[in-house]
Design a protein around this ligand. Structure first.
Ligand code: ASP
Length: 439
């Protein structure tokens, strides 16, 4: 028998009906023994996520406003879930402990972690699994930095005592016992570190979509699902804004070579997307996915004999570093160098940066292109395959898109083009049509 570590996101545990679906999923496979839950998410579009309500409680407290009403909404939701699932957990005791902490000035991290905590207690009772608190296994240092190896050991030790368990996601504790959370969406990380510690066969991440699609469905309404993708391809795509999974959830399972399976709680028979370390294309497809993001600025430098000037690139980069600006891409030619940055990061600083570049590096010209979008076309199938770039550029030319920048990684698994913001959707459609299917 194997082990599947199974994490359910907020929409999968939003109410009793959803939690009942998770039980069907869990009991249908005896390998699903360790379950990680998020806090209940939205039940419908206008609904509130429990975690957001908990943050709201804290904001009320900080502003000396009454928080009781908001807290009551949270209690009512959990109480309804516990009753509707037919559990006998005594939540009143739990609520009064939390209220007591709130009154005594509990930290934000403590407050917002209670959604996962209460949800795991209810789910464990409903499944007749053990409840194992993440605070005892997931460790952070006194500065709040995650301690991966200590955590790995603790999880192994603690969970070896439990045949089945439900573990709250999103948080752990610091050496003094204070609760510390990961960043938002961090239950994905808890799932990944539990999967690593248990050397799971697979890390299942259950959500409300059947995995990743080849392109944003708002742009390509019938975008095809991605059945298989490598960690690296996913990284290239999520970096461009196509994220379903917290990006810090990839590392723990990647180093342990554990595949991640993104699955849909509402359509459990859909295969979803399998993310593995396999870095080659086995099914003949050229492109795995296309993702794009708006609002970049390109600073293009031209200087005669630039390529023979030692230290030019380093000095340009040092200026951006001094201004605390992350550089996204740096396409270069023999006498040209372009620096691509997110526009929001240079807001209010661009003139100073340009002035410093002019003074220190004395380029012949500096051109600035604003309102640029970047589109990444990603796929192992593209590497060492002649004609891929030609096909992509022809598709864009035919669609009347003016390409302002091109960057191809040396692994040849991605081609990034810079286009004007207004051309983002046209660009993605044209590439999709050329490589995947006619629209
Ligand atoms: N409940 C937390 C959030 O909303 C963590 C999670 O759901 O992964 O960010």
């Amino acid at each position: 028998m194997g082990v599947k570590v199974t994490k359910f996101g907020g929409s999968s545990v939003a109410d009793a009906i959803q939690i009942a679906k998770t039980r069907d999923i869990i009991v249908s496979d005896p390998d699903r023994k360790y379950i990680i839950v998020s806090a209940p998410g939205k039940r419908y579009n206008e609904d509130n996520k429990i975690t957001d309500l908990l943050y709201l409680c804290k904001t009320h407290i900080e502003h000396n406003l009454p928080y009781e009403q908001v807290f009551q909404v949270i209690c009512d939701r959990f109480t309804a879930m516990a009753i509707n699932l037919g559990t006998k957990v005594d939540l009143t005791k739990e609520f009064s402990v939390i209220i007591d902490h709130l009154r005594k000035g509990a930290s934000t991290d403590y407050i917002v972690s209670r959604g996962e905590y209460l949800n795991a207690i209810i789910t464990a009772a409903y499944l007749s699994f053990d409840f194992v608190d993440a605070a005892a296994m997931v460790h952070f240092d006194e500065k709040g930095r995650f301690l991966s190896e200590e955590t790995n050991e603790s999880i192994k030790k603690e969970l070896s005592k439990h045949e089945t368990a439900v573990i709250p996601g999103f948080y752990g504790s610091m050496p003094n016992g204070d609760i510390k959370t990961f960043s938002r969406g961090g239950s994905d990380i808890t799932g990944a570190i539990v999967a690593r510690a248990l050397e799971a066969d697979v890390y299942e991440n259950w959500t409300d979509v059947s995995g990743f699609l080849m392109a944003d469905p708002k742009i390509i309404p019938d975008a095809r699902p991605i059945k298989r993708i490598s960690y690296k391809e996913l990284r290239e795509l999520s970096y461009m804004g196509a994220s379903v999974l917290h990006e810090d959830a990839i590392y723990p399972v990647k180093i342990a070579n554990i595949p991640i399976n993104i699955k849909n709680t509402n359509i459990p028979d859909d295969p979803g997307t399998l993310i593995t370390s396999q870095e080659e294309n086995t099914d003949g497809r050229i492109v795995t996915g296309i993702a794009g993001s708006k609002d970049f600025t390109v600073i293009a430098l031209y200087k005669n004999m630039l390529s023979s000037e030692k230290g030019f690139v380093r000095r340009v980069l040092a200026i951006f570093e001094d201004y605390d600006v992350l550089v996204e891409h740096m396409p270069s030619g023999i006498d040209t160098l372009s620096v691509v940055v997110s526009s929001s990061l240079v807001d209010g600083k661009l003139d100073d940066i340009l002035e410093e570049i002019s003074r220190k590096l004395q380029p012949d010209t500096i051109d600035v292109f604003e309102n640029m979008a970047l589109v990444a076309t990603v796929g192992y199938g593209m590497s060492r395959r002649p004609g891929v770039s030609a096909k992509l550029f022809t598709a864009l030319a035919d669609a009347g898109v003016n390409i302002r920048m091109i960057d191809q990684g040396s692994s040849e698994m991605n081609i990034i083009v810079g286009v004007e913001n207004k051309d983002l959707n046209t660009t993605i459609k044209a590439i999709y049509r050329a490589f995947v299917s006619p629209l």
